[in-house]
Design a binder for this molecule. Sequence first.
Ligand SMILES: [Ca+2]
Length: 334
Amino acid sequence: MRARATPLLIAIVAHCGVLGGAYLWKRHQPARPADPPVVRAVEIVHPADGSTMMLVPAMEFAMGTADAHPDFPTQPPDGKPLHPPDLLIARAAPAWAGDGERPARKVAVKAFAIDRYEVTNAQYRRFLDANSQSGDHRRCHPHEAAGKDHTPRYWRDFNPLLQDPAYAATAPFGPATFAADNTPVVGVDWFDAYAYAAWVGKRLPTEAEWELAARGTDGRRWPWGNEWRWGLANTGGEKLGGDVSASGFEKDGFIYPAPVGSFPGGRSPFGCDDMAGNAAEWCSDAWPGAAGAERVVRGGGSANAPSSVRCAARVHYEPEFRIHTLGFRCAKDQ
Ligand SMILES: [Ca+2]
């Protein structure tokens, strides 16, 4: 009995020794950095309307802009004049100090899906038809005006534009300019955006979700990277940048909203189109310090300069505000 037990005991002791050694060895290895979050463009189809959405897994990312970020050239380097794109970036800098874009901070988001494109007029028209026929506002936001008309402002009313001589002179438009099927719906307020999202079985993205979908995890300035390039987004500011097309106005070819997906070279790491420019986009968040009334807007629109279409740039408006450069896209939990 004793003779048979001994080899077993030796085997057990040896085994424990190996395990213990492995444990100690592992314990004294330097901690391995965590794997970077996976950034991949994964498409799904939303069953209610067949719209394309992009998946973003649960993760932590650095939201905002670091204090020492080189995007704050308040002084021309070495006294030399700023290069035009730097000028466009610098011009916005003073406004960043108090807007909460800085500092960069770790933010965790749960898994979500977000529309690949801004919501189009064709998509919005289906909601409007259903809503005006049913008169059912039960899924609309409880603070919206009773019996609200969700018709986009510029589908029938051009006065706000016509009253501005700058538009009449430089940017002609017609009845179809803001109602074409494949351009983003604009001239909608936050309550309209909220109502559409609820009707189609989605919701508005939080601004953290919006920013992660726009820039991925490497803190890039624009959806395609850190260098500004004309022609990857529908923006304004070409004249300011000294880079004007032969037609004398917009190098990117569009004065007003372009058909969604017109700039595939500007696609985001998660596969979303037009996160920079085209239509600025309502987010679900209330703007802090505005008594909870104002709402966050991200991405900049067709009239904004490069500084304002950066992934981390934030602005805010009254929820009833409507303008021809402001639309939205939707998100949903995953
Ligand atoms: Ca956009």
